[in-house]
Design a protein around this ligand. Sequence first.
Ligand SMILES: [Fe+2]
Length: 386
Amino acid sequence: MATKTQALDPSGIVPMPEYHGHLYGEKSPWKVWVEAQEVPIHMGVSLYDMYTTPVADWGKTGAKAAMLNFETGEMSDAWLLEIPPGGQVKPMHHLFEKMVYVVSGRGATSVWQVGSTKKQTFEWHKGSLFGVPMNAWHEFYNGSGSEPARLICVTTAPLAMNFSPDHDFIFNNPKAFLHIYSSQDDYFSSDGKAITGRVWQSNFIADVRSFSMETMRFRGAGGSNRIFSMNSTHWKAHISQFPSGTYKKAHRHGPGAHLITLEGSGYTLEWNWGKQVVEFPWKDGTCYTALNNFWHQHFNTGSKPVLYVAITHGRYHWTLRTRAAHKSANVAQFGDEMDYEEEEPGVREKFRRECAKNGVKVDDHKMTKEYEVSLRPDTWAKEDWT
Ligand SMILES: [Fe+2]
């Protein structure tokens, strides 16, 4: 089967590629579309350095791009866009949602509803986070004339394209979802508000790296956390921080999350019962995912606290991250979290070896039940799945 190369037309109209179904190992409509974009594709579970990884001209969009097609069960994907100095990504709209994190640089985004001429423009810089409402027109500008800007866009394109391989339906649909976005004046400029617990609701976070957090003791190590809920998309995001010489408890859940390390360095282990362990390192600028229902565990082997942002299915799509039991239930309770005491001894032994390489002291006390219960109880929230 020949696949015709298609560029994303700036008008939003993309001819449907030749497609013969997803049976017996054939590629899905979404996968066919991604490969037709003729930009680098990263598979597996991680991309180590989003700052420097090569990107290629993406058709007529005005952007350079690389695609992150991690093992998400086609529940989500991510586009790494680079906007040249003084350049822009031409307007597009589509029947899937897009959560944007600014990896580097500064610039602005204009958003306007299908059928409306009321453009709303807001500025962003490294650390900004915002959601693009379903099917709303949007364009990205680089605010610098000398430096490129890089954005990572986590999308539901696989869900949309595999539902309807008709690209005209996806990229040229006249439907205005006014219940999501009706050009409210403060839609992208409001400071937002605390909903409950650790959840902050806003459609634009100027810099997630400096947002306040609260203790989240149930995941261990005295870590802290803040959850962002946006009306603009179903996506949920959270920032999490945990100290040098510690690691978080292992846990598991459904697929589709994209995690981005913002500060610090370490590694992650992922495994399924009886299967090989997946291990990979990360640092500031790494993007990675947690495999479907695999146990996974993040280890801080650096001298500073680790800070990361995770973009995950949330709100009415949170059941895409199916789990067998409540996250606070440990293995003995048939749950999806593993207490430190339930680990294989080799987990801590390996961590000691890795920390020793960096001259980092392991803080065993922070990884005990005694320390956990000494902390202020977690503030639970309706949207508190992580
Ligand atoms: Fe996780």
